[in-house]
Design a protein around this ligand. Structure first.
Ligand code: ADE
Length: 359
């Protein structure tokens, strides 16, 4: 299976609709991928290649395993697949696994790279029968690209308009049967005509601790790192339910271990190494703590409006909402109420504040 990449992925650490401040430091716990060219194929060595090696997401694996087996038996292209869920949970990895299982190539692109009609047309006309076309951030496709995709997905047909004005004519071109794998963090932002053309629509869930520990142990084995089971669990606790972050944290732990000349890595070394990067025992980093601290010290724990917090932190509201808040909400450290954000008793306790105390 070959991987063919097209266009440049969105820069890391920002919501897709809003640029990150240029002076903002990169976060070790950022779930978005490092763009190719900055750290080429960093994650690739650790990606599982087959369904049997893919840990967690059991429902998704079951559904796709059946679809793959049936597709292979019928010698057809796999139905179009839409994968949705938070970043860093393995949507791209799953597309590559599907291609491997089907014995075909996967071409990778992302919607922002498909600006002009000829970008998507170029990809479609170069597909071989049964190949996969992976489009990341598919909710960001422009209307023209989306309309080119409708007949391509439904009838493997490309409708091209040739000429302009009164001389314009539509030409149809037959495409080989192929599979579109779309990935999005915002399934709700997809238009319904596009969503309806996917035969398989699957959500990726945050991973549980056991699965994360197994993912860290597998990665440690591949990187030839001697990691105790409790150390793997410690990385798992701090990775925000996200394998991509787990693998990144593991590399930082390895750095500290090799500089300190440690042999086997235990839980205390993980705690020490990750404290150095200011990632605490629940995976919160300095940005998370800054937000909670501002809310507690400046606003008695809330309620306080998003824009007020953004101004206080020198961040933009969209970044705060899309990048910082989701994990705090998931942990139950932060709540959104109609009157604004509040720090929960659990959030207070985590920062060492008495539950419910006024600032
Ligand atoms: N590395 C990243 N995600 C993984 C997964 N789901 N299973 C195994 N290894 C992984």
């Amino acid at each position: 299976m070959a991987i063919v990449s097209s266009g440049s992925p969105a820069p890391r650490g920002r919501p897709s609709h809003e640029p990150r401040r240029p002076d903002a430091p990169p976060r070790l716990v950022d779930p978005t991928p490092v763009p190719e060219g900055v750290a080429p194929a960093r994650e690739d060595g650790l990606r599982p290649r087959r369904l049997a090696d893919y840990i967690g997401q059991s429902e998704l694996k079951q559904v796709l395993a059946i679809a793959v087996e049936a597709t292979r038996a019928r010698q057809e292209a796999l139905d179009h697949v839409l994968l949705y869920g938070p970043p860093g949970l393995g949507k791209t990895t799953m597309a590559l696994v599907l291609a491997e299982e089907l014995g075909v190539r996967c071409r990778i692109t992302s919607a922002p790279a498909l600006e002009r009609p000829r970008d998507i047309v170029g990809l479609l006309v170069n597909l071989q029968p049964h190949e996969l076309l992976f489009i990341d951030e598919i909710h960001r496709l422009n209307r023209v690209a989306e309309e080119i995709l409708y007949p391509a997905m439904e009838d493997f047909r490309l409708d091209l308009t040739v000429g302009k004005g009164t001389t314009a004519r539509t030409r149809s071109l037959e495409l080989p049967p192929f599979t579109l794998v779309g990935a999005t963090t915002r399934a709700g932002s997809l238009s319904s005509p596009l969503r309806d053309r996917f035969g398989l629509i699957q959500r990726l869930e945050f991973y549980g601790l056991d699965d994360l520990q197994a993912i860290v142990e597998r990665a440690a084995g591949l990187l030839q790192i001697a990691l105790e089971a409790d150390a793997a669990l410690e990385v798992a606790r701090r990775c925000r339910g996200t394998p991509r972050i787990a693998n990144r944290l593991l590399r930082r732990v390895r750095d500290v271990a090799s500089v300190r000349g440690h042999g086997r890595i235990g839980a205390s070394l993980v705690a020490e190494a990750l404290s150095l990067h200011r990632v605490d025992d629940r995976g919160l980093d300095a940005s998370d703590r800054r937000l909670l601290t501002l809310m507690l010290e400046g606003y008695g724990g809330g309620p306080v409006g998003l824009d007020t917090l953004a101004a206080g932190l020198g961040e933009d509201s969209a970044t705060l909402e899309a990048v910082v808040e989701p994990y705090l909400l998931q942990l139950g450290f932060l709540q959104r109420t109609p009157r604004g954000r509040i720090v929960t008793p659990a959030g207070r306790r985590h920062l060492g504040w008495p539950a419910g105390a006024a600032a």
